[in-house]
Design a protein around this ligand. Sequence first.
Ligand code: AR6
Length: 337
Amino acid sequence: MPIRIVRQDITKMKADAIVNAANSSLLGGGGVDGAIHAAAGPELLAECRTLGGCKTGEAKITRGYRLPCKFVIHTVGPVWQGGKNGERSQLRSCYINSLALARKAGCETVAFPLISSGVYGYPKAEALSVAVDSAREFLDSDDSDMTVYIVIFDKAAYRIGEKLFKDIEEYIDDRYAEWHVNARSEMLRMPMAAENIHEADFTVCSPMPTKSFDKSSLTDAVSKLDESFSEMLLRKIDERGISDSQCYKKANIDRKLFSKIRSDKNYRPSKPTAIAFAVALELPLSETREMLEKAGFALSHSSKFDIIIEYFIEHGNYNIFEINEALFAFDQSLLGA
Ligand code: AR6
């Protein structure tokens, strides 16, 4: 049930269904529509001819033919007319209706391009936010384990809000600079130390005598392990009074992975997964660090990814989809499974 933003050519996606940004004739066109028809072969057009077109906001389904997906869902997005003519609600319908068709066809994975954001002129950043919000709305009300991919084709096509982008850029610059200054002063100390090393300082050491260890005291120490990541996660879910599903949905993690973590006390999540849970639980920075430590990770100012996470937590913004949009804009890996 998670949402993933990926940079890819949608005709290469091995999802159960891909969605086509079509026009109301359903008889092909340019942009992603042209690419899908070219890759699927003439059989797709032949089936489309039998469908009797499609209205704006609605969707129709066909087979995928030569594409690596089983189905193509054709939807017709609104033409942008300034935003005051119901464009947002029509675009939302495109996503909701396409997902309803996908579910009916038994699809577990569905890939969307940014509908309307090309020839139809919908501003890209807003088109992305409608895509994410609509997919989320559908998935929240759906019991299936569907995964939705939002496929962004060109890097230039993608831009989070200018102000947010600038803010994060500045935040990264400040933190990076701070880290480099510290790292540099560390390094400056080293040559001085090297100058003071003389040959006489090197002596041949005999091997350290091996000491037999006390097995029982080691067993004792190991048995006193601290709370594990999984235990901490479950405790914090309880403390916040939220349900498991509220937590993993908010973390953009699928149910299967959550069950694995729940049933394995010693489960070691990846760093993005661990952070996703900290974000879902809305932990302040200190508790986020503590939770990451349980999984063997830290937040550092030498990594853009870490600084972006820190930025959002410090600004009290725990919306994982917004965080992912920002991570994506800065070419970082995304949160979630
Ligand atoms: N994979 C993923 N995304 C793509 C690909 C691709 N291969 N090619 C383009 N995009 P558009 P619309 C992105 O114009 O605005 C057609 O002629 C592209 O960067 O394809 O809904 C139809 O027949 C953009 O962000 O669709 C209609 O007449 C997004 O897909 C009309 O265009 C949508 O751009 C529909 O216009």
